[in-house]
Structure formats: C-alpha cells, structure tokens
Design a protein around this ligand. Structure first.
Ligand SMILES: Nc1nc2c(ncn2[C@@H]2O[C@H](COP(=O)(O)OP(=O)(O)OP(=O)(O)O)[C@@H](O)[C@H]2O)c(=O)[nH]1
Ligand SMILES: [Mg+2]
Ligand SMILES: [Zn+2]
Length: 444
C-alpha cells in the first residue's frame, strides 16, 4: 500500500474488507491520452455531456421543455407528481444531432434531439432524407425547482451549470419574482451563456406574444442575458424545439475543460482510491465540529445510461462507491467534494468575503418598493451560505461596508476564490440578498 493511502481501519467501506477480493477482471488499467482529449472527442461527446441549467419562475415550463428535448421526465418523486411541481433538482441527458444533408434538410429542422442512449450517427427521420445525422452536442439538464420556497435547491443546481435556459411563460407578465431571482443567481455564478425561451406561446395571439417579447427585452437589459436570444416555444406542443436545439449548438460554446491537471475529479480512473470531504461531521461536548473524511474506491462510473471507462470534466457523472449506503441516504453527502486521496482542498469553518448587496429583494412580490430594499447585513445574523455546491448556515461575526466574516454552521471543503451566495430568511423563506461575492480569506 502506498504511503498516501489511508490505513484499512480508516476505510468506511461496508463491503469486502480485503482489497484483493476484487476480481481481477474488474480492475483494468485504462490508458487515456489526456493531452489529445477535447469535449468533442468522439469518446467524450458520445458518453459525457455538459450541464445546461433550466431556470425560471414556478410552472413556466422548465420540466416540460426538458421532456420535449430529451424525452426524459425529470419528475421522479411521488410528492412531485401529486403537487405537479419540481421539488428536488431534476436530471436528464440529451444528445443533439445535425443532419449531414445540408441541401435537403435546411435549418432549423436539421437539428434533432434524442435520449442520451441513442447511437452516435443515426439516420435522419425526415421523410425522403436518408442521410446520417452527426452528434454535435451532449447535454445534461439540471432542472431547477421554480417555487419561491426552494431557492436554496436552485442555488445548489446553479453551482454546476455551464449555461442556462431561462424559461419565461408568455401568459404571465414578465418578470415574475423567481424569473429575476434565478437570473441574479446565475449572474453571481458568472454564467454568461443564456438562452431565453418564451414558453406557452400556444396560449397567445401573435400580437400579444410580440408585446410580451418586448417586455422580456426590457427586463433583461443591463443583465447578463441582455444579448441572449429569445426563442418563442411551446414546450407542451413541442413547437420550435428544433430552433432551441440549434441555439444550444450555435450560441453556447463548448465549455473549456482542463483534462490534464492533477486530479480533483479531473480524470478518475475506475477503481481509484478516493476521498470525500468534509465527510462525516460530529459535534463534541463543547460544540466544536469534527470532520472525518470518507475513504473508499470507485466501483462504477456512469453518465445516465452510459457506462464510462473513464470520466472527464463535464456533465453529471454518477460514481458508484463501496461507501456504507446509510452515510449517503437523505442526500447527506450533497455539497461534499470527491477526489483522489490527499488531493482535496481544505475544510473551512470561517469565511471572510467581499460582498455586494443586491439593491432590491428579487424573489418576492412587494407592492411597496421601499420595503423591497435589501437592508445591510447585521452582526450575529444567520444566513444561508452557498459555496460552490455546498449549502450551509452561516452566522455573521462582523461586517463593515463590503467585507463580512462568517462562521459556517457546518464546515465546507472549498477553495479561496470560490463563488459564494448569501440568502436571508424573509417571511420564513430564503431570499438571495448578496451578489457578486467571492471570499478571499478564511480560517480552517
Ligand atoms: N399551454 C401550455 N402549457 C404548458 C407549456 N409548457 C408547460 N405547460 C404546462 O405548465 C405547467 C407547468 O409545467 P412544468 O414544466 O411542470 O413547469 P416547471 O417550470 O417545471 O415548474 P416548477 O418546476 O414547479 O417550477 C404544466 O401543467 C404544463 O403542462 C406550454 O408550452 N403550453
Ligand atoms: Mg419543474
Ligand atoms: Zn435530413
């Protein structure tokens, strides 16, 4: 065993106690020439997508558009079905193809999308065209809940998005509260590739739809979405989905990926030994939190239905480990970070951040604009802190004009310079109050 490996007793594995019990045929060494990989390399695009967030106000059609593009329903839980709203982050992958018959199959009809288990060069389905279609994009939708009480969940999703589809229903005035709040959140995450979908146009007259489109343009002026295309669609009737696919291909650049750096989920070979931080957290009698990282090994890698021999950055990857399942139930590990043993960033309990208060509260409807002004952070105030994908409470220890020191309720594994959002409890629910924040110093 190498010196960097944890000792046997530190493993949290519930399965085999003896490493040598792993059958030899499932421990292949996978040769990957990382220097020649790109996100469009055949072996990458075919298996692994990049992340496209679906954001916007409740019931504006985020889940319906995911279904229209990917043929996958993100509604997985009984209580979501009953209430007909999204509660947890939904996931679905889709492959987007372009017909190679440029003359016979004009745009946007030459763009089509399918589930992610579709082969890489299927035949075009347009009658009379027998050409092959080329796989041009592979996307992983992160379908956010739009309900105003689920902002914390949306912020967790925002941490993994490479680009976003902002859904705005045409049958309601624009903007609705979570239209603004979600847009502000992705702006803080420095996401600048956004496509606006004006949904439910099947319910509108043309003149009405055009007037509504003007109200969208006015709303996004001066925001990161100012130059985003606004595509009229009916997610329900699957109208104009080919145009949405075309915009995804032509307007969203392939995220730049680093395939060669030292590992933190950069390259994970199957059966590597891994560490998860902060791991299991316990409080001692003095109230101090102790973290015990989890050690395990990878037993499988998947991107939705695709089994992966190796994983590169991009899209959502499910990593099968031999960790005791009771440590993972009820989403207990959400926000934790996985990487090779000994390579993960530090665990922090206190942050010092530079902050930029939002001028107005975005997530609520308040008739009186004065009330909607965001008041300054107060010492001892308890906030919701999202750092990367970690989400925890935070007590304000001190604050001045644009600096605050915050003590986290539970420690986070993160790095200096990571993006942070702060939300305040208003009328029982978390509302985004601080934008454009980065922390630059902290205590571990
Ligand atoms: N008429 C019409 N109805 C639509 C369209 N798209 C979605 N809907 C309906 O609008 C309702 C909400 O759609 P969802 O896709 O669940 O909305 P959502 O944005 O995912 O909602 P949350 O996740 O709860 O925020 C459903 O009843 C859909 O059938 C559309 O293009 N036209
Ligand atoms: Mg939904
Ligand atoms: Zn064709």
């Amino acid at each position: 065993m190498s010196r960097h490996r944890p000792s046997r007793s530190e493993y949290s594995d519930s399965s085999s106690d003896n490493e040598d019990d792993y059958p030899s045929e499932i421990t292949p060494t996978i040769e990957v020439d990382t220097s020649s990989l790109t996100p469009l390399s055949a072996q990458v695009i075919s298996k692994q997508p990049f992340c496209l967030g679906n954001i916007g106000h409740v019931a504006h059609g985020k889940s319906t558009i995911v279904k229209a593009i990917s043929s996958v329903s993100t509604v997985r839980f009984q209580h979501e079905r009953v209430r007909a709203i999204t509660i947890k982050l939904g996931y679905a992958n889709a492959k987007i193809y372009k017909c190679e018959n440029e003359v016979g199959c004009p745009r946007p009809g030459c763009y089509r999308s399918y589930r992610s288990d579709k082969e890489d060069s299927p035949r075009c389905e347009r009658s009379g065209c027998n050409s092959r279609m080329k796989l041009v994009r592979h996307v992983s939708f992160v379908d956010c809940p739009g309900h105003n009480i689920l902002m914390a969940t949306m912020l967790t999703g925002a941490a993994v998005m490479d680009a976003a589809l902002l859904l705005i229903a045409g049958n309601e005035p624009c903007p609705q509260p979570q239209t603004s709040e979600h847009l502000a959140a992705v702006e803080i995450m420095e996401l600048d590739h956004i496509i606006i979908l004006q949904n439910k146009v099947d319910l509108m007259e043309k003149a009405q739809a055009l007037a509504h489109q003007e109200s969208i343009s006015a709303f996004v002026k001066g925001t990161v979405a100012e130059s985003a295309p606004i595509v009229p669609v009916s997610a329900q009737l699957k109208h104009n989905i080919d145009a949405v696919n075309e915009y995804i291909v032509t307007r969203i650049p392939i995220p730049m990926r680093d395939f060669v750096s030292a590992p933190r989920l950069i390259i994970i070979r199957s059966f590597d030994h891994i560490e998860i931080r902060p791991g299991v957290m316990t409080k001692d009698s003095t109230g101090r939190t102790h973290c015990k990282p989890l050690f395990s090994r990878i037993v499988s890698l998947h991107a939705e239905a695709n089994t992966l021999q190796f994983a590169v950055p991009g899209g959502l990857i499910s990593v099968g480990t031999s960790i005791d399942p009771t440590l993972c139930i009820a989403d207990r590990l959400i926000g934790q970070v996985l990487g090779s043993v000994g390579t993960l960033p530090q665990i922090y309990t206190e942050l010092e951040i530079s902050l930029f208060l939002l001028q107005r509260l975005l997530g609520v409807k308040i008739a009186d604009q004065k009330q909607a002004k965001v008041t300054k952070l107060r010492q001892t105030e308890l906030l919701l802190v999202n750092i990367g994908s970690a989400c925890t409470g935070g007590r304000v220890l001190s604050v001045n004009a644009n600096l605050a020191r915050i003590q986290l309720t539970s420690p986070a594994c993160t790095k200096i310079g990571e993006k942070v959002t702060l939300s305040r409890r208003i009328e029982k629910h978390w509302r985004l109050v601080v934008g454009r924040t980065k922390f630059f110093a902290l205590d571990s």
